[in-house]
Write a protein that binds this ligand. Structure first.
Ligand SMILES: *Cc1c(COP(=O)(O)O)cnc(C)c1O
Length: 435
C-alpha cells in the first residue's frame, strides 16, 4: 500500500505496480498519458454495495452512474458484477447497448431529455426513466401512447438537503436545475399528472443530493424527507411506493485528508434508516436503489504521465510539467480537486523535494497537483496520479487539440487495452475544408 492510503504495491525494482503489473512497463508499452484501471478494485467496490444489501436481506438495486467512467469494457465488468446502470444521455445509452448491458437494468436520467433519447429508451424497453420535469412527462406519455408501450418511472425531487461544511442543512427553498421541488407543490402536481397517464407506471421517488460524502447523514435526511412525501401520497391517494432511490455521492479517498467510511457501513445505516421510516409511516419496505459513480471507478484508476520540462523559481516554486493535464483530468481546474501522486519508477525513494505538477495546456489553471512531496525528479520519470478513475476519461476533452489518452485494464497479472489512444487523424477527422 502506497503511503497506506492508495491500494497499490511496490515491486522489487522499486516500481509502482497496478494489479500485479509494473506500471513503468505499462507506460512503455502503451505510452503516456495512460489511464490504468485495476479491475479487481472495481469488482471489490461493486461487491461492497451489492453484498451488503444481500446480507441485510433487502431488495435493492445498485446502479453504477456510468457518467463517472463509461466505456464498453467498463460496462461489461459492471454487467458481470450484476449491477444496474444509470445513463444520462443517448451516448451513454448507446455505449450500454453496445456493451450488451441488459436494457431492463438501465435507468435514464437527465434534466433535458430529448425526443431521440426518450425514443431510444422506450424502443429498447429500458428499466426506468427518472422523470425530471413537467415537459418530460408530456413527452414520455405521448411517445408511449404512440408506441403502445408502458414504462416504469421514478420522479426526481430536490429534497432541499445541502451539505454545509460538516453538517447537512434542510432548506425549504431549493435552487437546482434538476427535479421537482418537494416543498412548493410541484412534486404533488407531478404525482397527479403521472397518475393520469395509463402508460406510465410510477414507482417512487429519487433524490441525489450531491457528491463526495464521507458521512451517511445526508442520505438519511433525504430518506426521511422522501418518506414524508410518500406517506402523504399513501394517505391521500392510496399510493404504495415500490422504490426509494437515494442517488450517489459516496465519498472516496483522493488524498490522505479524505477519510471515507466503508461502503458497507453506508449501506447498513441507510437500510436501517429506511426500515425505520417504513415502519414508522406504516409503508411496506420499498426497494432501495442507490447510484454510486466515483465510488465504483474512482480509486481503481491511476493516470500515468511522463515528466518533461521542469522549472525552478528559486524561493517560489518548483514546477514539473507532464504530458497531459486538464485534457485528461479537468477536475483540478474545474473544482480545485486535489490529488496525490508518486514517481512510479522511484516509488520507494523518500520524498526530498516539493513540486507542483503542471499540465501541458496553454492555460495557467492547468495544474494537476500543487505542492506534492516527491523524490528528486528527472526528465522522463513516470508520474502516477491516484484516484483518477472517475470523471477523468469521461470529462476528457480536445483542448489544444490533444488526442484523448488510452485506457488499459489490468487484472490477475494481465493487461489489456480497452480504449485506444486517439490519433491526430482522429483529431481532424470531422474537419471539412473550406473552399
Ligand atoms: C452524478 C450522479 C451520480 C453519481 O455521483 P457520484 O458522486 O459519482 O457517486 C448518481 N446519481 C445521479 C443522479 C447523479 O447525477
Amino acid at each position: 500500500m502506497i503511503a497506506d492510503h492508495h491500494p497499490f504495491d511496490i515491486n522489487d525494482s522499486g516500481h509502482l505496480t497496478i494489479g500485479g503489473i509494473d506500471s513503468v512497463d505499462l507506460a512503455q508499452k502503451y505510452g503516456t498519458p495512460l489511464y490504468v484501471y485495476d479491475v479487481s478494485l472495481i469488482r471489490e467496490n461493486c461487491r461492497a454495495f451489492v453484498n451488503t444489501f444481500q446480507e441485510l436481506g433487502v431488495r435493492a438495486q445498485v446502479a453504477y452512474a456510468s457518467k463517472a467512467f463509461s466505456s464498453v469494457a467498463m460496462l461489461q465488468v459492471i454487467k458481470q458484477e450484476g449491477l444496474s446502470l444509470d445513463v444520462v444521455s443517448q451516448g451513454e445509452l448507446y455505449t450500454a447497448l453496445t456493451a450488451n448491458f441488459p436494457s431492463d437494468k438501465i435507468h435514464l436520467h437527465g434534466n433535458n431529455k430529448n425526443i431521440d433519447e426518450l425514443e431510444m429508451a422506450i424502443e429498447h424497453d429500458i428499466g426506468c426513466i427518472v422523470v425530471d420535469n413537467f415537459y418530460e412527462i408530456e413527452l414520455i406519455s405521448k411517445l408511449l401512447r404512440e408506441k403502445g408501450k408502458t414504462m416504469d418511472v421514478l420522479m426526481r425531487v430536490t429534497p432541499g438537503i445541502e451539505p454545509n461544511t460538516h453538517q447537512y442543512i434542510v432548506t425549504g427553498n431549493e435552487d437546482s436545475k434538476f427535479g421537482f421541488n418537494l416543498s412548493n407543490g410541484q412534486a404533488d402536481r407531478a404525482f397527479l399528472q403521472l397518475q393520469e397517464h395509463d402508460h406510465i407506471h410510477f414507482k417512487g421517488l429519487h433524490s441525489h443530493i450531491g457528491s463526495q460524502f464521507f458521512e451517511t447523514e445526508g442520505f438519511l435526511l433525504a430518506a426521511k424527507t422522501l418518506f414524508q412525501k410518500m406517506a402523504e401520497w399513501q394517505h391521500q391517494y392510496h399510493f404504495t411506493p415500490e422504490v426509494l432511490n437515494l442517488g450517489g455521492g459516496f465519498g472516496i479517498r483522493y488524498t490522505a485528508e479524505d477519510q471515507p467510511i466503508s461502503y458497507s457501513d453506508h449501506i447498513r445505516d441507510i437500510t436501517a434508516a429506511v426500515r425505520e421510516q417504513a415502519t414508522s409511516f406504516n409503508i411496506p419496505l420499498p426497494e432501495i436503489w442507490i447510484e454510486p459513480g466515483r465510488a465504483i471507478a474512482g480509486n481503481a484508476g491511476v493516470t500515468l504521465y511522463t515528466v518533461g520540462s521542469t522549472k525552478e523559481i528559486p524561493g517560489v516554486r518548483h514546477y514539473i510539467s507532464v504530458d497531459g493535464g486538464m485534457t485528461d483530468n479537468i477536475r483540478p481546474a474545474l473544482y480545485q480537486a486535489k490529488y496525490e501522486g508518486v514517481l512510479a519508477n522511484k516509488a520507494s525513494h523518500p520524498a526530498t523535494d516539493t513540486v507542483s505538477v503542471a499540465g501541458k495546456c496553454c492555460e495557467s489553471g492547468d495544474m494537476l497537483i500543487w505542492d506534492l512531496p516527491i523524490p528528486a525528479v528527472d526528465h522522463n520519470d513516470i508520474l502516477a496520479v491516484f484516484s483518477t478513475g472517475a470523471y477523468g476519461y469521461s470529462m476528457a476533452n480536445h483542448y489544444n487539440r490533444f488526442p484523448k489518452a488510452a485506457a488499459v485494464f489490468v487484472e490477475n497479472g494481465r493487461d489489456q487495452l480497452v480504449i485506444k489512444r486517439e490519433t491526430y487523424h482522429d483529431v481532424v477527422k470531422n474537419d471539412m475544408s473550406y473552399e
